[in-house]
Ligand binder design. Structure first.
Ligand code: ADP
Ligand code: MG
Ligand code: MG
Length: 251
């Protein structure tokens, strides 16, 4: 059981961005990926979701042994993969409550109907945990939301869908400290032995609130070093040039 990325090479026309990326996240684990701007972190999250801009040239991604590269975007999601993006998408005309409800309905066996009362009860409970105003339910998905509201909304989606593997790309960017605490609390509430997390961040700050088990340093499209939580502090102190020069030289 794991989300396993093995020797992945992925590119945009004329340029390879992921260059031998390997990582395995098991249920119960929280992994963090840190790296300088341009190292390919967002590309990794987009390839995981199946974004059409990126071509996988070689390597594999499996989820509990199943090849996800052959799956469509929504199939990956239904199979238990959740991605929170650096720049969350907007869906004009679709309310938040209906969006999440439809996503949950799509996960049920054919013919089964989602229990509406139970759904709203759980939705409100999660929204309270995230200190979200009830008006969010009727607003269109992410439309006109501030950066912080979008991030909160993504965590709400994650809490409702209860995915098996969660990938978060710079969920901390654009958040003030109060929003960061709320978002982290939501994530921490979802940590469990049945769920694996991959937390991608440029800054160490997020990892003060979401404590990772393992920290990886990504440079030029691959992991050049892995260590415990203390590695995040070391990176913060020494800077990414150190990672680029000292760590990348070692592989
Ligand atoms: P990070 O998230 O680590 O900052 P990205 O994955 O966003 O890095 O980008 C890695 C490199 O690939 C950057 O130089 C970026 O400009 C380039 N890149 C990524 N996606 C595209 C794209 N769709 N078109 C052109 N260049 C891209
Ligand atoms: Mg970037
Ligand atoms: Mg990025």
């Amino acid at each position: 059981m794991s989300l396993k990325i093995d020797n992945l090479h992925a590119s945009i026309p004329g340029r390879e961005i992921l260059r031998g990326f390997t990582l395995e996240v098991k249920p119960g684990e929280v992994h963090a990926i840190m790296g300088p701007n341009g190292s390919g972190k967002s590309t990794l999250s987009k390839v995981l979701c199946g974004h059409e801009d990126y071509e996988v040239n070689s390597g594999s991604i499996t989820m509990d042994g199943v090849d996800i590269l052959e799956m469509e975007v929504d199939e990956r999601s239904r199979a238990g993969l959740f991605l929170a993006f650096q720049y969350p998408f907007e869906i004009p005309g679709v309310s938040n409550a209906n969006f999440i409800r439809a996503a949950l309905q799509a996960r049920l066996p054919k013919g089964d109907e989602l229990d509406a009362v139970g759904y709203y009860k759980k939705l409100y409970q999660r929204m309270d945990q995230l200190e979200m105003n009830r008006s969010f339910t009727s607003r269109s998905v992410n439309e006109g939301f501030s950066g912080g509201e979008k991030k909160r909304n993504e965590i709400l989606q994650m809490m409702m869908l209860e995915p098996k593997y969660v990938v978060m790309d710079e969920t901390d960017s654009g958040l003030d400290i109060d929003a960061l605490k709320v978002v982290s609390r939501g994530v921490n509430a979802m940590r469990s032995e049945e769920r694996g997390f991959l937390v991608i961040t440029h800054y160490q700050r997020l990892l003060d609130y979401i404590k990772p088990d393992i920290v990886h340093v990504m440079v030029d499209g691959r992991i050049v070093h892995s260590g415990g939580p203390e590695l995040a502090l070391e990176l913060e102190a020494k800077g990414y040039e150190w990672a680029r020069e000292e760590l990348a030289a070692a592989v």
